[in-house]
Design a protein around this ligand. Structure first.
Ligand code: NAP
Length: 514
């Protein structure tokens, strides 16, 4: 039984107040707890501002990059131990845990590599300089500089390693200290990573603080140089956005929320083709990886009516072959969902969607034995225009087939009814269909992933978030944006236009000579 502590103001602090228990999702056994109170948030904020920030900025981009590289190596060194914790407290299979952990170390390493090509100091030119006066003598240059504030990162339970790692990588490289809040149900993995970060001595004191409990009260202390980056449900995201202090002081808030992602099969795709195989494989992975608890997982599967029978049979067969059980068993491919609350929410959600659909596989009925297990559930919509199909995120191994005519406008309309999503994937070798679809759905999506004969076997599926391209989406997906190479640093930096003598502006801050 582990009682998780917070790391604030340079020491580990036990929480106070009522304990929230942590469970092993495969057995429902209690294995730890978190107490939310007893943290002096004002002192933690000051500690970050006065100690962590200046120490980080004294390092410059390149040295901070070296720090990220060493952190990535530290996580990798402890990979086996961390996989075990992810299985124990997160219900992750070995593959799920690697996806999370390698995502974290891979993103840290990606930003370390970017840093190697950045300036030694703290100033990043943004684009080319430009003439602003009658002659080139009066010159302008946009620059990015680190904001002397604190990054408060509120993470979701489903990616305790990657979620914290990707946010940390961007803020620390930008030169901004972090306060990391873990999602409670799976907080043991984030806690162990926090211990490794602190014990490594790689991050200057004050630049990394960790909270496994609550952040209630912290947001009321933040000021204009601070940034809040939240990942979680749309409901909590809206609550954070409406915090009066954050509004009054124009604190930057980035929200990564939930999303009703779709996979679209093009009308040209035929039985036995590589494109169909890619579609079936990716949908199966998306539905079962992390037991469907991925913000990018497919929830709506758009299939031309002529292919529906074949696709539903093929998916049913593949999903039935996925071995479900205790993730500590090596051959298990899908574990339980993360908590009793999750189990309840997923079952309720399946019931609500089932009322509008035919159940092709699974359903909300309990599984035998202990733990928070859910059947992989494949539904087929009776009426694709039913609003709930496009609004309800069942955060588990459940997706709904939406038959459509094969017409690109209909596919576009159905896909965009999600109200703003993180990702849509489309599988087609018909370039005219793809082009029209991409242009139609892009305004409503942060990412569009295209599968075709040519890309079979070439890339990770649409569920994987890659640090070189942006993650986030408009509307209900939160309206936020993370990662995307250097773009990921922008929430933590101020873009300033410097205007003046070209010799000064160009030479000091830009790529232009004077
Ligand atoms: P959640 O319940 O909204 O919680 C997210 C985080 O917010 C947790 O750390 C939670 O702490 C904290 N929190 C809860 N109430 C808060 C409040 N009033 N003020 C400040 N923080 C608060 O979401 P979740 O259940 O952890 O995660 C699942 C959801 O996240 C899904 O809907 C999924 O789609 C979404 N998600 C989105 C992305 C993305 O990148 N867009 C990625 C992953 C997950 P406690 O755990 O202590 O309550």
């Amino acid at each position: 039984m582990t009682s998780l502590q917070s790391y604030v103001c340079g020491r580990w602090v036990a929480g106070t107040g009522d304990a929230k228990t942590l469970h092993e999702p495969a057995t429902a056994a209690v294995i730890g707890d978190v107490r939310p109170g007893g943290i002096d948030f004002a002192a933690a904020h000051q500690h970050a501002m006065q100690k962590g920030g200046p120490a980080l900025r004294a390092m410059g981009f390149q040295k901070r990059g070296e720090m990220l590289k060493a952190l990535a190596a530290k996580l990798h060194e402890h990979r086996d131990e961390l996989i075990e914790i992810a299985a124990r407290n997160g219900g992750n299979t070995r593959g799920d845990a690697k996806f999370d952990l390698d995502g974290a170390s891979g993103t840290l390493a990606f930003y370390a590599n970017l840093a190697a090509a950045m300036p030694a100091g703290n100033c990043l030119p943004d684009g080319e300089g430009l003439q602003l006066g009658r002659t080139p003598r009066f010159w302008g240059q946009h620059i990015f500089v680190p904001r002397p504030g604190v990054a408060v990162h509120i993470n979701a339970f489903n990616f305790p390693a990657w979620g914290m790692g990707e946010k940390m990588a961007c803020a620390l490289l930008a030169g901004v200290p972090v306060i990391e809040k873990a999602g409670t149900p799976s907080a043991m993995l984030a806690y162990r990573i926090a211990q490794l970060v602190v014990d490594s001595g790689l991050v200057p004191e004050g630049a990394f603080q960790f909270l496994p409990g609550s952040v209630t009260g912290l947001l009321d202390l933040l000021g204009p140089m601070d940034t809040v980056a939240f990942t979680g449900s749309a409901k909590t995201g809206a609550l954070i956005r409406s915090n009066q202090n954050l509004i009054a002081r124009n604190v930057r808030v980035n929200v990564e929320a939930d999303s009703i992602n779709s996979a679209i099969l093009g009308p040209d795709v035929e039985s036995g083709s590589d494109t169909l195989e890619q579609f079936l494989a990716n949908v199966t992975i998306d539905m079962t990886q992390k037991a469907g608890q991925k913000c990018t997982a497919v929830r709506r599967i758009l299939v031309p009516a002529a292919m529906v029978e074949e696709v539903q049979e093929a998916l049913r067969e593949r999903l039935q072959a996925v071995k479900i059980g205790n993730p500590l068993d090596g051959d298990v491919r899908m574990g339980p969902v993360a908590s009793a609350d999750q189990l309840r929410d997923v079952r309720t959600g399946i019931d609500r969607l089932s009322a509008l659909s035919d159940t092709l596989l699974g359903g909300s009925k309990p599984m035998e034995g202990p733990g928070y297990f859910v059947h992989p559930t494949l539904l087929r919509a009776k009426d694709t225009s039913a609003a709930l199909l496009h609004e309800l995120e069942v955060f588990g191994p459940c997706a709904t087939i939406l038959p459509y005519s094969g017409n690109v406008d209909e596919a576009t309309d159905l896909c965009n009814r999600g109200g703003g999503s993180l990702v849509a994937s489309a599988y087609s070798d018909d370039r005219a269909f793809v082009e029209q679809l991409v242009l139609g759905i892009s305004p409503w999506h942060g990412r569009v992933w295209l599968g075709s004969e040519k890309t079979q076997g070439q890339a990770l599926g649409p569920g994987a978030v890659l640090p070189g391209t942006i993650h986030g989406g408009p509307g209900r997906a939160g309206g936020g944006e993370e990662l995307g190479g250097l773009r990921g640093l922008h929430p933590y930096m101020q873009r300033t236009a410097v205007q003046g003598d070209r010799a000064v502006v160009g030479r000091l801050f830009g790529s232009e000579g004077g």
